[in-house]
Design a binder for this molecule. Structure first.
Ligand code: ARG
Length: 564
């Protein structure tokens, strides 16, 4: 299907130039009526010592047209190629109909492992709107790499270590109700933590207690360890509900605690390689030469920190998964942290650090309303999702009161709207989320894409079957069918580009392009035409559009109800 390559090879045969280089030069013509591929002859003019226009003329006469190209025409120094509409349509439809919900798949990643670290929530802390982007971006990237044939490992690097857990236990011991451990939720844990900080201001001995409890956790003291584990279970139970709503799963929950016994070798290595210096009692790697503050390895009390665990985690992941790439889907606030970590790994001589990528992103906030962040209140992620589901439920009640599975569809569409809103723009942009915009069925939204998918399903359901072999491809040569076929055709390349740039929004844009083209096609044509050859062609195209939209939504982690 790589037409540029075929054309380049055909031209290399006559010009004696390198096919790979000629392929690079291929362009898209400025206007559609000029053809589908344009080969500029300007650079050949030097080697061939002829005017570009003359070269184009001669090539047009001499070139052997590859299958799928109907003609070549010279125009002002360019050689323009026209694809054969019918064979192009057949190729595009066949691939989409063959790969179906896996449309865009490839084997380019075979044998390579990509680790995607995302979500990485903190135990006993709220899972808030700030975790939305990392969770859905990471999930989408994992799905994109899966589609391209990579082995993926999804990692939730839990924030489950640090002195704050000593504070949690001290607070629980003082003010915790016993039922907390049975029926309490994260909000209760957070309340305890806030109370600890308020009271410790007046009563500094509480901090000593907290330190003592943390030491007990470190020593796996029975009571302290059990409480710590219980806090973790309470947090994960709530998180798992959110993950289930979002359709997000992890292969590994190895978080900060997991690296507790894996840091010493890394610290030893840093020392042995002469990278460590002692500064005010702390062990640091000086990075002033690289315009960065030092990376602290051990605090002056000998304790490890967040960065120490990240160094151990990177080494562990390399040893365990031998990754081709390790992606950290973490907000841009941690840009410096990752630059420091990557630099230390580089100084340690780990050349694989070049395969580590900080996939950063901007902030999400909610446009005013009941869940606003005014007064510094945390916006819990499950509240955001449930609000979206409820609002969707109301829309369904109004627009399609007879729909079956209203609850299920409201969940799919409400959650899909939030996910889409997070993924529709380049990840580095800050997002101000608006329910009204996200749930607008006519905008460039998740619900619009889902609605288009359901519309395709409905057309196909009513037709109850079609036969691609009996389809007349000449029925798809019109402008609207052609635009839809091209949009479907572009999708697989977009998936690759999204992986290369770590940008799922490219997939979302491709989905919208297909939806818009399908809806135009739908309004301009009668699909259930009497002529069976035409009907078969239009139904096949509808099915291909359905597959492409569905394949795209699944890459974004968005579900596809068949009726809406
Ligand atoms: N738990 C951290 C936070 O919420 C994010 C962890 C990011 N990943 C990492 N390997 N440091 O801020």
């Amino acid at each position: 299907m790589d037409m540029k390559g075929k054309l380049a090879r055909a031209l290399a045969g006559i010009t004696g130039a390198d096919a790979a280089e000629l392929c690079e030069w291929m362009e898209a013509p400025k206007r559609r009526e000029l053809g589908d591929y344009a080969f500029p002859c300007f650079r050949l003019a030097r080697t061939l010592k002829q005017a570009p226009a003359a070269i184009a003329e001669e090539l047009a006469r001499a070139v052997a047209l590859p299958d799928g190209i109907s003609r070549a025409e010279a125009a002002g120094g360019y050689l323009n190629f026209f694809v054969d509409r019918q064979s192009f349509a057949r190729d595009v439809l066949s691939r989409a109909l063959d790969e179906r919900e896996q449309y865009g798949r490839s084997t380019e990643g075979a044998g390579k492992t990509v680790c995607v670290e995302y979500s990485s929530i903190n135990i006993a802390k709220p899972m808030h709107i700030g975790h939305l982007s990392t969770t859905v971006l990471g999930n989408s990237l994992k799905r994109i790499y899966d589609r391209l044939g990579y082995d993926t490992v999804s990692i939730n690097h839990l924030g489950d270590w640090g002195t704050q857990f000593g504070k949690m236990i001290a607070a629980y011991k003082h003010w915790g109700a016993p039922e907390l451990l049975e029926t309490g939720g994260v909000r209760d844990l957070v309340a305890l933590y806030i109370r600890f900080h308020a009271e410790a201001e007046a009563e500094p001995s509480l901090d000593d207690e907290a330190r003592a409890w943390f030491r007990k956790i470190e020593q796996h003291d029975e009571e302290a360890w059990a409480l710590f584990q219980r806090f973790k279970e309470i947090t994960m139970k709530e998180a798992d509900r959110v993950y289930a709503l979002l359709g997000v799963e992890f292969d590994s929950y190895a978080g900060e605690n997991f690296y507790e016994d894996k840091m010493q070798p890394v610290i030893d290595e840093i020392r042995a390689k002469g990278l460590a210096t002692v500064d005010g009692g702390a062990l640091i790697v000086d990075l002033s030469e690289y315009d960065m503050p030092p990376c602290i390895i051990l605090k002056s009390d000998g304790g490890t920190i967040y960065a120490t665990r990240d160094l151990a985690a990177a080494c562990y992941r390399k040893a365990t998964y031998d990754f081709h790439k390790l992606l950290y889907v973490v907000a841009y606030q941690q840009n410096l942290h990752f630059r420091q970590i990557f630099k230390v790994l580089e100084l340690m001589g780990h050349d694989w650090v070049k395969d580590c990528v900080h996939v950063n992103f901007g902030m999400v906030s909610i446009e005013d309303g009941s869940l606003s962040t005014r007064k510094g209140n945390v916006v819990y992620l499950d509240d955001v999702l449930h609000a979206a589901i409820e609002k969707t439920r109301a829309v369904i009640e109004e627009k399609s009161p007879d729909l079956e599975d209203k609850d299920e569809v409201a969940r799919q569409v409400g959650v899909g709207a939030v996910v889409w809103g997070t993924l529709y723009n380049s990840r580095i942009k800050d997002i101000v989320f608006s329910y009204a915009k996200a749930l607008n069925f006519d905008g460039e939204t998740g619900p619009y894409a889902q609605y288009t998918y359901a519309r395709c399903c409905s057309v196909l359901r009513k037709a109850s079957g079609y036969d691609l072999c009996a389809a007349d491809m000449s029925a798809l040569e019109d402008e609207f069918s052609g635009a839809l076929i091209r949009a479907i055709h572009e999708f697989p390349e977009v998936v690759r580009e999204a992986a290369e740039k770590y940008e799922p929004y490219l997939v979302a844009r491709a989905v919208i392009a297909i939806c818009a083209a399908f809806n135009r096609f739908y309004y301009e044509h009668r699909i259930m035409e009497d002529d069976p050859a035409v009907r078969n062609a239009r139904l096949a195209l509808t099915d291909a559009a359905k597959c492409a939209v569905g394949a795209g939504l699944s890459l974004l982690g968005i579900e596809t109800p068949e009726r809406m």
